[in-house]
Design a protein around this ligand. Structure first.
Ligand SMILES: C[S@@+](CC[C@H](N)C(=O)[O-])C[C@H]1O[C@@H](n2cnc3c(N)ncnc32)[C@H](O)[C@@H]1O
Length: 297
């Protein structure tokens, strides 16, 4: 579903907290208590810039410290890999000379362009293809920056090879993404909820490496690794587990019909309530981040 698109809704008879779209794979949020809401199911590349900002606006906010690690200079050309809706890219653009964003989601790229940013749709594992097609120029970037995107791209070697091609010799590759153990509670709850509703297990969708694993990949890809570390970052969820699942839960729900998807999501939220919601109704997720800074040899 793209920004601005509106589907008609109807209330599920079994669960009045959730409202279904007429289009079968979309279930819409009507958060009432902050404990439950409704879920919008999207494909991985069909991100919705509006719900993204509402549910997980903390992502670019918390990414600002990764920008400090990059320390962009006023004369540099920087690529933002998985730029999303451009909130953080705009901050990057205010510090660097020129910035170009790439993202696999047309909706996110459109949102970034609406901010006046230079961005295009490119799959992070297909940078080499984009170079061949003349959409990106090899050896032209001083740095490649990335925040909260690489765990969506399991073909890590292809990403690293593409970044290596784009960078000038000595160029920096700096970023942060989900590390080993990231959102374990949310993943387990979604896996368990599928089981409880009698549906097939879903394949684990994310790439959450340890620091040692990712360092090995970077070195093999021609990078000198200057910093690589895992840090645990308990992260408040403004719209609770329901909002998080609405934004990121598609890999666990996208193959299900709307009734089953909403039932699985509601069960997952119920399972998570005990450990993730405090007595004031605030939700906190078990985020683990992997942060790195590497140099193209
Ligand atoms: C959590 S958002 C982070 C966006 C932005 N970097 C930020 O900090 O707000 C993850 C982004 O990765 C993008 N993404 C997912 N898979 C991708 C892929 N294969 N190639 C490029 N971008 C991808 C999504 O479309 C989304 O915009």
């Amino acid at each position: 579903m793209t920004t601005g698109e509106r589907a008609s809704t109807s209330t599920s008879p079994d669960n009045p907290d959730f409202h279904l779209c007429a289009r079968h794979t979309h279930v819409h949020a009507r958060a009432r208590s902050g404990v439950r809401g409704s879920i919008v199911v999207m494909t991985s590349y069909d991100w919705n810039a509006q719900t993204y900002a509402e549910n997980v606006g903390f992502v670019p906010e918390l990414g600002r410290t990764v920008l400090d690690l990059l320390d962009p200079q006023g004369h540099e050309l920087v690529l933002d890999l998985g730029c999303g809706d451009g909130v953080l890219t705009a901050e990057l653009a205010s510090r660097a000379g020129r910035v170009h964003g790439i993202d696999a989601s047309p909706d996110m790229v459109a949102a970034a362009q609406d901010r006046g940013l230079d961005a295009q749709v490119v799959h992070g594992a297909k940078i080499a293809e984009a170079i061949t097609e003349g959409r990106l120029v090899a050896g032209s970037f001083d740095a490649v920056f990335t925040n909260a995107a690489l765990h969506w791209i399991p073909a890590a070697q292809d990403v690293i090879a593409g970044v290596h091609q784009l960078l000038k010799p000595g160029g920096r590759f700096v970023g942060e993404f989900g590390g080993h153990g990231n959102v374990a509670s949310l993943s387990i709850a979604l896996h368990a909820a599928r089981r409880l509703h009698g549906v097939e297990p879903a394949a684990h969708p994310w790439f959450f490496p340890t620091a040692a694993e990712y360092e090995e990949l970077l070195r093999a890809g021609g990078f000198d690794v200057r910093l690589i570390e895992i840090h645990h970052r308990p992260t408040p969820l403004p719209t609770g587990a329901a909002g998080w699942i609405e934004t990121f839960g598609d890999p666990f729900l996208g193959d299900l019909d709307a009734d089953t998807a909403q039932a699985v999501a509601a069960t997952a939220v119920e399972l998570l309530e005990v450990s993730m919601r405090d007595s004031h109704g605030n939700w906190t997720a078990d985020y683990v981040r992997l942060r790195f800074a590497a140099m193209r040899v």
